[in-house]
Design a protein around this ligand. Structure first.
Ligand SMILES: Nc1ncnc2c1ncn2[C@@H]1O[C@H](COP(=O)(O)OP(=O)(O)OP(=O)(O)O)[C@@H](O)[C@H]1O
Length: 314
């Protein structure tokens, strides 16, 4: 029998008064992949996460944790880094980590060992006896990340984990997240920063206005939305007739993007270039970014919504 997904969300619905924040959403965590939960502000991501972490309950539908209906003892197996950080500013770093680890069921000795080990990974071992308020914002965020993972949760939910981190610390955190994933921890990464998702997630669920509007493997989705656009790198000149036949985008002296029109084929374009003695240095298909996919999918479903990020709540 195959192992059930760490989290399965089935027909889940949540309304606050008249406002339907989550509208019959269904998805399952893929095995061995970080799940990117994407969507503009107000899409319903936090509402979903709050139900997965049992902070609130669905109005309808069900959530399963490793095949069991979600219940009160599952939160100890979950680590949640909320977007709004919540450390006690006046507490000392070490004391705080021990306190939070003990709340998640760790013994004192184990809690201290893990806290010191994790602080070491982030080069924060010297901060043990500092008050949280004495740390920089980025350091506080790293301490909160440690508090989220210290009990070795089976599921890690990270809401905008990189906000406020410099590139070095963001890379360090990314490395640790990938390491946890390799060790078998399920990871849900929630964000509206599409480019971060492309770096970290192999699988995504796109949420818009409370609905799951697209889900699947990132590579397959980008291919599914491919749009016959190519990048050509060349030396020398392009034939003057090229612009009359093909749509050229962002031309530079050594490169240009070419958008094929309906009916045009990449092979015919290449043949044309070779017949006109263009010195081709590179030729590759351009797949759409997740941002472009998202906008395309939203406008396909609702042609009046031309820019979902503009209409999203701030
Ligand atoms: N406690 C609440 N009471 C009333 N409405 C709420 C509440 N929480 C969320 N909402 C509404 O539900 C919708 C979804 O909000 P949610 O916070 O889940 O979105 P989100 O995708 O997490 O957005 P963001 O990216 O801005 O964090 C929004 O319209 C929001 O105003």
């Amino acid at each position: 029998m195959s192992t059930p997904p760490i989290i399965e969300v089935k027909d889940v619905r949540k309304a606050y008064g008249e406002k339907v924040a989550v509208d019959d959403v269904t998805f399952a965590m893929p095995p061995d992949a970080i799940l990117g939960m994407l969507g503009p502000n107000g899409a319903g991501k936090t509402s979903l996460i709050r139900m997965i972490t049992t902070i609130t309950a669905p109005d309808a539908g069900q959530i399963f944790f490793q095949g069991e209906p979600l219940s009160g003892y599952h939160p100890t197996q979950i680590g949640y880094l909320p977007e709004e950080r919540g450390l006690y500013k006046k507490m000392y770093v070490g004391e705080q980590l021990l306190y939070l680890a003990r709340l998640k069921g760790l013994g004192k000795k184990e809690a201290e060992e893990r806290a010191r080990e994790w602080l070491g990974k982030f080069n924060l071992e010297d901060q043990w006896s500092k008050k949280v308020e004495e740390l920089s914002k980025g350091m506080q965020q790293q301490v909160q990340f440690i508090a989220t993972v210290i009990h070795n949760p089976k599921l890690l939910i990270l809401d905008e984990p990189f906000s406020g981190l410099d590139p070095v610390n963001a890379t360090r955190m990314r490395t640790e997240i990938l390491r946890l994933k390799e060790q078998g921890t399920g990871v849900i990464f929630s964000t509206h920063r599409m480019e971060q998702v492309e770096e970290l997630c192999e699988y995504i669920v796109l949420i818009n206005q409370g609905k799951n509007i697209l889900e699947g493997k990132v590579a397959e989705i980008r291919r599914q939305f491919q749009d016959d656009k190519f990048h050509l790198e060349f030396e020398g000149d392009l034939p003057p007739g090229l612009a009359g036949q093909y749509e050229l985008i962002n031309p530079t002296p050594s490169g240009v993007d070419i958008q094929l029109r309906p009916g045009q084929k990449a092979n015919d374009l290449l043949r044309y270039l070779l017949d006109h003695d263009v010195h081709i240095v590179g030729f590759q298909e351009l797949l759409p970014s997740l941002n472009e996919v998202f906008i395309k999918q939203v406008t396909q479903l609702d042609p009046t919504n031309t820019n979902p990020f503009d209409s999203a709540e701030a």
